[in-house]
Design a protein around this ligand. Structure first.
Ligand code: ADP
Ligand code: MG
Length: 233
């Protein structure tokens, strides 16, 4: 599903340059649940942003579902993002003046799906994350865990090939984190390919594979015995 080869990325700041990714290689198959780990500043978000076509590597190869991702103009980049990818962020990134249902339906609006159909689809995904009874709530009427569930429903609404989550439990307490991970594991059980960036070892243990970034390279990449979040919640 994802192939990356010798990916490099630097940030230029005035006359100096920060070389963040120094030759990253890995492949991710359909149906994997991968944690990308590493300390703060190790380049996890930089890598995820490149995989999410929100940013571009300086060099190297990136292939997403057999499509080479290279030098795209914003129209094509945005088309590929809509077609292939769903995003979940630490800070939820919901629109505060829109209901849970409207937040979930928004990506479908941008894809030109008609109102009735997009509301039906949004409701189906709200049900999937256990929040159909909260469809008319505004984000500030939801708990942190509920907000993240809405964000996950929104990310799934366009049925992406890959779900990318940057510290999805970073703003949540321990129990709520496990509940969100239980949901993510269930979505992966149904076959969705998922990449999670996390610096929390117990969250990474709930994935099937752990990739560790340090000083711009991968220092470890292994399959792990998946801990079920349901054993904690
Ligand atoms: P992580 O997500 O692992 O904490 P990041 O990928 O966010 O790490 O950042 C890696 C390094 O790149 C850090 O030193 C950070 O300060 C720097 N960095 C990230 N984004 C930018 C940017 N847009 N411009 C300049 N430096 C950046
Ligand atoms: Mg980060």
């Amino acid at each position: 599903m994802i192939e990356i080869k010798d990916l490099h990325k630097s940030y230029k700041m005035g006359s100096s340059e920060l070389h963040v990714l120094k030759g990253i290689n890995f492949n991710i198959k359909e149906g994997e649940l991968v944690a990308i780990m590493g300390s703060s500043g190790s380049g996890k978000s930089t890598l995820l942003n490149i995989l999410g076509i929100l940013d571009e590597a300086d060099s190297g190869l990136y292939t997403l579902d057999k499509v080479p991702i290279k030098k795209l103009n914003e129209t094509i980049a945005s088309k590929y993002r809509n077609q292939f990818l769903g995003f979940v962020f630490q800070s939820f990134n919901l629109i505060n003046y829109k209901s849970a249902l409207d937040n979930v339906a928004l990506p479908l609006y941008y894809q030109g799906v008609k109102r009735k159909e997009r509301n039906d689809i949004a409701m189906k995904y709200l049900e999937k994350v256990g929040l159909s009874s909260h469809s008319h709530h505004l984000p500030n009427e939801l708990s942190g865990g509920q907000k993240q569930r809405v964000a996950i429903a929104r990310a799934l609404a366009s049925n992406p090939k890959v779900l990318l989550a940057d510290e999805p439990t970073g703003a949540l307490d321990t129990v709520t984190s496990y509940e969100v991970m239980e949901l993510i594991q269930g979505i992966n059980d149904e076959g969705k390919t998922i990449l999670i960036v996390t610096h929390e070892p117990d969250i990474a243990a709930m994935c099937k594979r752990n990739v560790v970034l340090k000083d711009g390279v991968i220092i470890d990449d292994k399959m792990v015995e998946q801990v079920r979040a349901s054993s904690y919640v």
